[in-house]
Design a binder for this molecule. Structure first.
Ligand code: HEC
Length: 134
């Protein structure tokens, strides 16, 4: 029992320290994870792997990591027409999920920092999303 509680406190302290580093980004990622599970997972799947030829992957996606602005635009307003993701052609339709700008920032921070993706600790803020207009 004692061991269990010391284990529990180590877990809590580790989580606390983790949150202290780049706190706004990490809190945004946690919120973004929930948004992802509610609005994106049905197509892009649990580990962002997508479905080859139908729903493009987000994990290790060269499109996402090289076209952050276009990706935000797509989540905000919808996306259709041909795109190439990791050498594979996709020509589908993603409708806007009706998220507000803060939710879009959170889900972007989640997908840019999950499944091995990295965006060098840069935070996508609500004002970045605000500035991307039709
Ligand atoms: C109904 C299925 C569906 C849902 C739900 C969906 N997407 Fe997509 N997504 C697509 C399709 C299809 C494309 C490719 C559109 C095209 O071919 O132009 C795409 C493209 C993308 C891309 C750019 C391509 C890439 O793989 O890097 C990103 C980023 C993206 N989606 C993120 C999201 C996020 C974040 C959510 C949740 C807020 C979401 N999508 C919800 C189907 C979906």
């Amino acid at each position: 029992m004692k061991l269990f509680f010391s284990f529990l406190s180590i877990v809590t302290i580790t989580q606390f320290l983790w949150l202290q580093q780049n706190k706004p980004l990490k809190e945004s990622i946690i919120r973004g994870n929930e948004i992802y599970n509610d609005f994106c997972i049905q197509c892009h799947l649990e580990n962002g792997e997508g479905v080859a030829g139908i729903f493009p992957p987000l994990s290790n996606s060269d499109y996402l990591l090289n076209n952050v602005t276009e990706s935000i635009y797509g989540i905000k307003y919808g996306m259709e027409g041909p795109i190439t993701v990791n050498g594979e052609l996709y020509d589908g339709i993603m409708v806007s999920q009706g998220l507000d700008n803060e939710e879009i920032a959170d889900v972007m921070n989640y997908i840019l920092n999950s499944w091995g993706n990295s965006y060098d600790d840069q935070l996508i803020t609500q004002s970045i999303v605000n500035d991307i207009e039709k």
